[in-house]
Design a binder for this molecule. Sequence first.
Ligand SMILES: Cc1cc2nc3c(=O)[nH]c(=O)nc-3n(C[C@H](O)[C@H](O)[C@H](O)COP(=O)(O)OP(=O)(O)OC[C@H]3O[C@@H](n4cnc5c(N)ncnc54)[C@H](O)[C@@H]3O)c2cc1C
Length: 328
Amino acid sequence: MKVGVVGGGIAGALLALRLRREHGAEVEVFTLGPSTPDASGVSGGLVRGYERDPAASRLAALGLAELRDSPELLEWTGYRETGSVYLLPPDAGPPDLTAVRELLPGSAEVVDAAEAARRYGFAGGDGATAVVERHAGFLSPAGLRERALDWLARNGATVRESRVERVGADTVTAGGTGRRYDAVVVAAGAWTGRLAPGEWRTKQIQFGVYRVELPGLAVFVDDVTGLFGRPWAQGEFLLGLGCDRWDVDPERVEVDTAHAEDVTAAVLRRFGVRPEPVRAVASCDGYGPPGGLRLRVEGGVRTFAGGSGGSVKTVLAASRVAARQLAA
Ligand SMILES: Cc1cc2nc3c(=O)[nH]c(=O)nc-3n(C[C@H](O)[C@H](O)[C@H](O)COP(=O)(O)OP(=O)(O)OC[C@H]3O[C@@H](n4cnc5c(N)ncnc54)[C@H](O)[C@@H]3O)c2cc1C
């Protein structure tokens, strides 16, 4: 089987890796290359098993279990197991920990808002419960992508830095030249809507690096304020907030200057300390139909996209499922 994969972010790179390594497919990957920054190159890399959507949680937990068991993936990703806390809003209902308990035994516990405040410094008392995970942390999506593409180039696959102009069910046109495959998959993140039909949108994601001490805190998501973060370096934290800039051009993303002020206000409210901004990072991701990162077909064109700001967590398991579906 010969497959053309359009996109060399973590989605395209991991799908191509699975196809080549686990199914023996001939694979050609197309990418815009490092001169065109993508989400995988700057992503925060937070990973955990718990997600509010049970299907996403199963993929995230499967991926994390595979990562923790694989010396190769541990090396490729530089995974740091710091633990994680996910603060839920009061109306969230009891968290579904089925997948985490099954796939990462002993990792997760649920604590109430008072305990989350005592352990991690969350002030305000407006969270309901928090999911605390031992087996969670952060990794380098850029490292994972680079090592996967490198493996592909050394093991019989082709990685082309070439802008694809058009795709069909079994054709890719790049640089005016058409190529034919048994199957073509668009895994182009925020660019997916330019090449494939369907309800694809883009949304800005932004975080900053801040000088701040947040004792006891490692990877965290505060689903009440929208704040998320992880340790960055000694005395520094990566901190972000949900951003509502939609339909941005992935090649013209600009830092939203109000974001740093909003992060400062949220951190003051939550932790009672003022973070000092060091630098800001902005990019965007592809948002697709519900269901997250998975293989879809619309108008005869296959896509593996729609991570909606969270593909680092799900890509290991989702790429395995997608490769199996393609091979079948
Ligand atoms: C700032 C930021 C922080 C994030 N933090 C987290 C996090 O902590 N945890 C988490 O789980 N997720 C996080 N995410 C989300 C996650 O990083 C993304 O979902 C993921 O990186 C998307 O990968 P991708 O391969 O789908 O897309 P991308 O990484 O954007 O890759 C798209 C690829 O398509 C290629 N391409 C596009 N058009 C063409 C064309 N015409 N021809 C050839 N190639 C083309 C590009 O060159 C690129 O290689 C974050 C995202 C951002 C932006």
